[in-house]
Design a binder for this molecule. Structure first.
Ligand code: HEC
Ligand code: HEC
Length: 233
């Protein structure tokens, strides 16, 4: 667990500065390794906790994190470290002006209200549960005309714009590389597109590498690669 935590600190520390993230993770480490409780995670995912005002995740993200609504991303099978990091990033840290991961126009993400009452253990448990689920109804590419352009960006990047190949970090088949690089294959194309634009606008400021990469991409680059990535298996 220590190794996992230090990788999480590295990933977020690059943007926020180590000083800003270290204290909360240091407190975590002092409490000792915590093993996710999948059963508790499942209960929270499926039933929420009315007493604490926690909305069931399933109501938006679908059974086992298989969503049917493109605005609500598929979560099934995503690495637990990535999920845990995102849940933390939707929260406003003490002294910060907002959460590191915001939504459209820099307004708080829908998720920020969902994570308010989650404890650290809740986040670990639900992330553990999600990571164990199978993506049963993956989204697909929708625009054949964009496939060639998208594939080029995925495999070779855009050298003229200094954009690296997505495959290098998200893996050639789009499955991602646990624990830092999320799966994109099977995710909704419109969600991928929205996230790239949120990175580019700086509203999603929890992934410094992605911020730089998206900043160098045009709308049509983003559209093509998002569609292609969704269709990867
Ligand atoms: C009201 C609908 C709603 C509910 C309920 C909800 N979510 Fe979400 N979730 C969303 C939306 C919309 C997004 C995309 C947010 C954005 O882009 O800012 C999202 C994004 C996420 C992400 C980021 C996924 C990624 O690929 O980066 C995670 C993780 C997540 N939700 C977990 C949860 C968990 C765990 C719960 C239950 C405690 C939950 N959500 C409840 C709507 C919801
Ligand atoms: C140098 C490594 C690297 C490269 C290259 C890279 N990414 Fe990423 N990407 C990341 C990391 C790290 C994250 C997670 C950021 C975070 O913690 O939120 C990420 C997250 C994302 C997300 C958010 C996924 C979600 O579920 O919300 C999208 C979309 C994305 N990348 C698309 C791309 C595309 C398209 C390319 C190619 C143009 C690309 N990435 C290239 C490292 C990379």
């Amino acid at each position: 667990m220590k190794r996992v935590l230090s990788r999480v600190v590295l990933a977020s520390g690059m943007l926020l500065g180590m000083a800003a993230v270290s204290p909360c993770f240091a407190a975590d480490a002092a409490a000792g390794p915590v093993k996710p409780d999948f059963a508790k995670g499942q209960q929270l995912f499926e039933q929420g906790d009315a007493a604490r005002g926690i909305v069931p995740c399933v109501s938006c993200h679908g059974p086992g994190g298989n969503s049917t609504i493109p605005a609500n991303p598929n979560l099934a099978g995503q690495a637990h470290e990535y999920i845990y990091k995102q849940l933390n990033d939707f929260r406003q840290k003490e002294g910060a002006s907002g959460a590191a991961r915001k939504g459209p126009d820099g307004a708080p993400s829908v998720m920020s209200a969902m994570v308010i009452s989650l404890t650290d253990a809740d986040m670990r448990n639900v992330a553990g549960y999600i990571s164990q689920q199978k993506l049963t109804a993956p989204a697909t590419a929708t625009n054949e005309k964009l496939a060639e352009a998208g594939q080029k960006i995925w495999r070779a990047g855009l050298p003229e714009r200094n954009v690296p190949a997505c495959a290098g970090c998200h893996s050639p088949d789009g499955a991602g590389i646990p624990s830092q690089y999320p799966r994109l294959g099977g995710q909704f194309p419109s969600y991928i597109e929205d996230q790239l634009k949120l990175f580019r606008a700086g509203h999603r400021a929890n992934g410094p590498m992605m911020l730089q990469i998206a900043d160098r991409m045009s709308d049509s680059n983003i559209k093509a690669v998002s569609d292609y990535a969704a269709g990867l298996r």
